[in-house]
Design a protein around this ligand. Structure first.
Ligand code: ATP
Ligand code: HSE
Length: 293
């Protein structure tokens, strides 16, 4: 049996729209086994238990890339990553499916090749890169259509809290709401902030993180899709935490500069949003893993 474990990922990190993402210590696992039937899937909503399932579609994409026959297969999902909440559930499916097929055929693909394939399926590399490599990754697609990705080790003093509403935000809608164009002035603002934020997260300079994370490219528009955005932001700021919209939302991710502040913010957020999931998370530094039993 093949067991693939993939971390949840938090894309954009404020000013890194479609290029920054980090892996966190929340994991989903997929088991792949030979079967008598063409396809059996369990562990996900019934609507996804068919051949359109993104894990299976990605498994098939890897089989096709490797020019191997598609095996009869049983897929068992042990899911902890909430679906359509901005924590990379689609990246989890894509990476799990590709890595599952890779393991099935004896690991012919490197992680870099998995990233190329995963980016083709997802359309952008910001979630799939940290799902594969762990850490924070800065990624882009170059003029030859190759995916370039650069790892950042984040400072140990930083702690993350995922504040997960009990409602979803549709990624397509969250992309359609964005303007078509941006001025040079805003582009310059974003570049300076994204470069500074990457360094600030690496060295754990919380005061620089606070200034550099303030986005003008998507958060002002997407905050309209999250009714509790301003309330959560206020609570985070009152507790000396900074907050950004994780991926396309609805999750909001708080960053704190030490363990005590993290505990305090966590307790307050849990108290204020009893119907929501609030999780204290660390950075995952490994990315996707594979065990063969
Ligand atoms: N556990 C799962 N089982 C089956 N399909 C899933 C599962 N998790 C996610 N998916 C697939 O991924 C889609 C959700 O992708 P979407 O991009 O909307 O959200 P997300 O990846 O969680 O958010 P973001 O990209 O903002 O982090 C679902 O519609 C489904 O197709
Ligand atoms: N960078 C993507 C992440 C969600 O897939 C977005 O913000 O739309």
């Amino acid at each position: 049996m093949i067991e693939i474990k993939v971390p949840a990922t938090s894309a954009n990190i404020g000013v890194g729209f479609d290029c920054l993402g980090l892996a966190v210590s929340l994991y989903s696992t997929v088991l792949f086994e030979p079967s008598d039937k063409k396809l059996t899937i369990s562990g996900c909503p019934e609507g996804f238990q068919n051949s359109h399932n993104l894990i299976y579609q990605s498994f098939v994409a890897a089989c096709n890339f490797l020019q191997r026959p598609i095996p009869k297969i049983k897929i068992t999902i042990q899911n902890n990553i909430p679906i359509s909440r901005g924590l990379g559930s689609s990246a989890f499916c894509i990476v799990a499916g590709l890595a599952g097929a890779n393991a099935w055929f004896g690991q012919p693909l490197s992680k870099t090749q998995l990233l190329e394939l995963a980016t083709k399926v997802e359309g952008h590399p910001d979630n799939v890169a940290p799902a594969i490599f762990g850490k924070m990754m800065a990624s882009f697609i170059d003029d030859d259509h190759n995916v370039q990705t650069v790892p950042f080790e984040l400072a140990n003093n930083l702690h993350f809290i995922a504040i997960i509403p009990n409602y979803t935000v549709n990624t397509d809608q969250a992309r359609k709401i964005l303007p078509q164009e941006m001025t040079y002035q805003t582009a310059t603002y974003q570049m300076g902030h994204a470069i500074a934020l990457s360094k600030a997260l690496e060295i754990g300079d919380f005061s620089l993180i606070k200034t550099a994370i303030v986005d003008k490219m998507h958060e002002p528009y997407r905050s309209q899709l999250i009714p509790d955005y301003h309330r959560v932001k206020q609570i985070c700021e009152n507790n000396a935490a900074v907050m950004y919209i994780s991926g396309s939302g609805s999750t909001m991710m708080a960053i704190t500069s030490d363990e005590l502040i993290s505990q305090k913010s966590f307790k307050e957020l849990k108290k204020d949003f009893p119907q929501w999931e609030v999780l204290q998370l660390e950075i995952d530094t490994t990315g996707v893993t594979c065990a063969i039993n």
